[in-house]
Ligand binder design. Structure first.
Ligand SMILES: [Zn+2]
Length: 360
């Protein structure tokens, strides 16, 4: 497959491609249809994405997509995976953010040309981000009601994270209202939990696993680890049978003694396999196309202002650093099937990939 990619490479920026827009929308549709596939479907996903790499359906840059060098594309660059907990007007810990702070952070991201993608899209490299823009992953742990509840009209209640995110997206072009929720039991306060999970899934949000009871996984037996993960997966799938549940956030960022059990396992007939396992701290995550990408240990950045305990490792500090060193950041070439990066990049590309690598 890689050799056919190479063969196409010589023509991709020189020949006009009138079918490009149609091809792009059809194949992006195909790619994202994979995101709603049946449980445990990573095999199916791989089959789907290799199908979409055949010449007739490969995503092609639209005629207006600028060359990677024009936008400084760097798809080996780093991606902030931001971590949120409660969104509350009365914070009680460094993990809480107020609705006002959350809205301000989202506006900053939009103004600095970040585009939200889900953890699953990040981990599988299926990031559909316009040329010149930067992916960011918004993750929410513990399924707090302040993240999401529905009002009497069946819409996200004002000042919940979901309402604020959709509000900011509506007023910023290209800013997608997507995020990944790491769900524990009971989800979002328990009341109407199934309805809330379905609403999130139907509106493009990712449902991820955060265990049933939030134990520190290093302190429990292997069978309890698999029970905690498989049990939560089953709860989510009971509410949303076509959810993928392909990513996992470690409670408190702590691995089980057997780290592989965070990735794959089985309990009472329920199997799980995760494309990404999320830590708690404390730096930007590597590109999924870089050799350093480790799906078992994806770092996150706590959402935080510029003061308080640990602020030097919080989101304000990291977004400042990435803005000051733009060459570190992942910048999209606008073509999900091609990985473009400066030929003199200090980052080593992954040895294996379904995608075409395009150093320039
Ligand atoms: Zn948690």
């Amino acid at each position: 497959m890689r050799s056919s990619h190479r063969a196409r490479q010589s023509t991709r920026h020189s020949t006009p491609r009138p079918r490009a827009l149609l091809a792009l929308s059809v194949s992006v549709g195909l790619l994202f249809a994979g995101g709603c596939a049946s449980p445990g479907s990573s095999e199916a996903d791989r089959a789907e994405s290799s199908q979409s790499s055949t010449p007739d359906s490969t995503p092609a840059p639209s005629p207006t997509t600028p060359a990677p060098s024009e936008v400084g594309a760097n798809e080996l660059g780093e991606i902030p995976v931001l971590m949120y907990h409660r969104i509350t007007p009365e914070p009680t810990s460094v993990y809480d953010r107020t609705p006002r702070q959350f809205r301000a952070e989202l506006r900053r991201l939009a103004e600095e040309d970040y585009v939200p993608v889900t953890t699953s899209e990040y981990a599988t490299g299926r990031m559909d981000v316009p040329a010149g823009k930067h992916p960011v992953v918004l993750t929410f742990d513990d399924a707090a009601e302040s993240q999401f509840r529905l009002n009497e009209e069946g819409k996200p209640a004002a000042d919940t994270a979901v309402a604020i995110l959709r509000d900011v997206a509506a007023s910023h072009e290209d800013f997608r209202p997507v995020a990944s929720f790491y769900v524990t039991n009971p989800p979002f306060g328990g009341e109407q939990a199934e309805r809330k999970l379905r609403w999130l899934h139907e509106h493009g949000f990712e449902l991820g696993n955060h265990t049933l009871d939030h134990p520190t996984l290093s302190t429990v037996s292997a069978s309890e680890v698999t029970h905690q993960i498989a049990g939560m997966r089953r709860e989510i799938l009971d509410a949303v049978p076509d959810a993928e549940v392909s990513t996992f956030a470690l409670p408190r960022g702590v691995h089980p003694d057997s780290e592989q059990l965070a990735r794959s396992g089985e309990s009472r007939g329920t199997r799980y396999h995760h494309d990404a396992v999320l830590l708690v701290g404390a730096r930007p995550a590597p590109s999924p196309h870089a050799a350093g990408f480790d799906p078992l240990n994806v770092p996150r950045i706590r959402s935080q202002g510029d003061s308080g305990s640990g602020a030097e490792l919080g989101s304000t500090a990291w977004l400042d650093k990435l803005a000051a060193e733009p060459s570190r950041r992942y910048t999209s070439d606008g073509d999900p099937s091609v990985v473009s990066y400066p030929a003199d990049s200090s980052v080593t590309p992954a040895a294996e990939s379904e995608r075409e690598f395009n150093p320039y």
